[in-house]
Design a protein around this ligand. Structure first.
Ligand SMILES: [Fe+2]
Length: 288
């Protein structure tokens, strides 16, 4: 059996879905795209959302082997270090995180003490790398475009695509962050479309488009190929780039991009404390 038991947790503040992906046979599990609540006005974090997920892992007697982020999120903070402390497991992200770290280390003027080699994470996935969650087999696929380091994870009969595709009626992820590229995202989506049509596909966000009254985060590869409003089977690369670029030009920066990137590029750790023992985040002025 290679069919993971998947539980999604929706965060209404950032429209993010975090997942527990469990092996029904061995009780091993992975956490994908965890979330640390952050109130920007007060600068205060909370583990309320992460605790909900942790409580389910504990109640079901699951053993956490992996804490995976599909990419350096720009709209929420990862709870990876907190989850590791509470449940164990290895934190992991795509190896191209070093590219993202280089870009943002220059934007935030990080000093030499900030390493841009991904060493803040326990593990860096390479393109095509295979791994295990108990007896489930996982495979990392490099799917850049939204960011240079985005990885999708094929786990048994399911694929976790992070921010590449959203539900068919909402479309695709934006490509206008530093290092993003619409043509590259199109190419990555073609790779996802090579998976069997019946593959269950789990998304990192749902924004409840007009005409729907419920948040949904599961679809299939076949459903995307048949009906994604931005890119279905037969959509040309040129048409996609034109649509995506025009749409991105209308989008505001996500509310939490500056806090999120500063923390997530550090694998979820806060910046080192200053002389008074307090940790701070920066807001670069007129840069993004
Ligand atoms: Fe994202």
């Amino acid at each position: 059996m290679n069919k993971p038991d998947v539980t999604g947790f929706f965060d209404p503040a950032t429209y993010t879905i975090s997942y527990i992906v469990a092996d029904p046979e061995t009780q091993a599990c992975a956490i994908i795209d965890s979330l640390l609540d952050f109130d920007q006005a007060s600068g205060r974090t909370s583990t309320a959302s992460a605790d909900k997920l942790i409580n389910v892992v504990k109640a079901r007697g699951l053993n956490c082997e992996w804490i995976i982020d599909t990419h350096v999120h720009a709209d929420h903070l990862t709870a990876a270090p907190y989850i590791r402390e509470q449940l164990g497991g290895k934190t992991a992200i795509g190896a191209h995180v070093s590219t993202v770290q280089k870009v943002f280390s220059s934007i935030f003027n990080e000093g030499q003490s900030f390493h841009t080699d991904g060493s803040q994470f326990d593990h860096l996935f390479e393109e095509g790398e295979t791994y295990h969650i108990g007896k489930l087999s996982g495979r990392a696929i490099h799917t850049p475009g939204h960011t240079p380091a985005c990885m999708s994870h094929v786990i048994g009969d399911a694929v976790f695509v992070g921010d590449t595709l959203f539900m068919p009626d909402y479309g695709t992820a934006r490509c206008d962050f530093p290092g993003g590229d619409a043509g590259t995202l199109f190419d990555s989506i073609q790779r996802l479309f090579e998976l069997p049509d019946e593959t269950r596909m789990f998304l990192c966000h749902d924004y409840l488009p007009q005409g729907r009254d419920q948040y949904v985060w599961e679809t299939t590869v076949g459903a995307q190929k048949r009906g994604n409003i931005h890119v279905k089977a037969g959509t040309s690369r040129e048409a996609f780039i034109e649509m995506r670029t025009a749409r991105d030009a209308t989008l505001a920066m996500p509310q939490l991009i500056l806090p999120s990137v500063q923390i997530n590029m550090r694998a979820g750790h806060m910046p080192p404390p200053e002389a008074n023992g307090q940790s701070y985040m920066k807001l670069p002025i007129n840069m993004l």
